[in-house]
Design a protein around this ligand. Sequence first.
Ligand code: 6PG
Length: 490
Amino acid sequence: MTTPASAQQHLAHIGVVGMAVMGSNLARNFASKGHTVAIYNRSPEKTRAVMEEFGAEGDFIPAETIEEFVASLERPRKAVIMVQAGPATDAVIAQLVDAMDEGDIIIDGGNSLFTDTIRREREVAATGRHFVGAGISGGEEGALRGPSIMPGGPAESWETLGPLLEDIAAKVDGVPCVTHIGPDGAGHFVKMVHNGIEYADMQVIGEAYHLLRYAAGLEPAQIADIFAEWNKGDLDSYLIEITAEVLRQVDARTGQPFIDVIVDAAGQKGTGRWTVKEALDLGVPTTGIGEAVFARALSSALAQREAAHEAGLPAGEVSTLASLGVDTQAFVEDVRRALYASKLVAYAQGFDEINAGSQEHDWGIKPGDLARIWRGGCIIRAKFLDRITEAYERDPELPSLLLDPYFKGELEKGLVDSWRRVVVVATQLGLPVPVFASSLSYYDSLRADRLPAALIQGQRDFFGAHTYRRVDMEGTFHTTWSGEREELSY
Ligand code: 6PG
């Protein structure tokens, strides 16, 4: 990296506002790449604490006021906001707009709702400053060592920001996991769907674990070994890797498997829910992500679950794999395949939503680019993202990932048969597999010759004259159901 002249006057290349873990780690990441970094936090104690603990790691310029912070940045000034999404972000943006000049760039690196980003971009652009909503994935560790970054905003800002973001992003085969996603809210939209896929991915892993534990009767440590083994093949991914770690963990207080001392009620901050709400508005069936969000909600409905438990709802008569005549080893392999297939569906649906969002907002997002920048740094990083990149290279207009020759081949190579067996066994044993099952139904719906939607159209026409189309001729039709039942055409 060449040292710009301004650095000699000790100005910062970039600044970070918000010194909670994500913000301070991101600042440290910039510093570790040789950048001078201005840092600021609303309460100065936090900035001082960061300086005390990490100040020696690189060239930081701490500031106690926003004006001091802005004055320490080289032009065009670039400041990344890493504060809580929502009103706190709006407050910092307002302060930065006041203290900055035309051409300066404000970057929101939080998990903001993309519609907020669109609004903010419009408002900030009106003042002559630039606004970039950038999704950043990888958690605390990623922020420090290399996240996957999804910046939106004006292409012009990317020219200035790109090299800095490429410096700190994760690298896979030397390629940085960052690219300009598209204008205004495109980056945060893509990060939102990334999180939706993350929800589905975590849920299918959870369902696989649950079956291995409660259908196959394996212990958490044995299941940890199975996940570690799976991590060497098609399922190789960060989430599978950490699953093995979590399952192997033994609780220090009780000596029990750690998994057994955690309350089984999953939290959520909202990005998965946003993905589903947006999918509903766009009319994209992201059923896997939807079921994953609902599964978290159901898990957290503790009072209702408790009441159902007390009411002793019967589970059915069959209770073990053996009683179904299913071999444990074969079942474990079936579960692996069901997990792989359901995961494929989650990605396929996520990419469908991104394509639909891109069309709706005219963002021009290239799906292959996303698969490339998700290969490293982010929570859903996985080996098979290489395959997704290749799929979109083969056909950028691919109607569904499931139709790419490679993935279609994978499904036909036995995944589907295993998937069906797993859903049947889980259902017979009364074990919930909402994403395995709904993803299989999605797959079957997609490939079906006929769907019951024809009957729905008939019913709609019967009670509300909502009309229907015919398979054998053009036009719109209505049958006079309460009269002569003649067909009228429009
Ligand atoms: C990431 C994560 C990150 C965060 C999730 C957690 O990509 O780094 O997605 O953004 O950990 O938002 O979300 P929930 O609390 O909703 O599970």
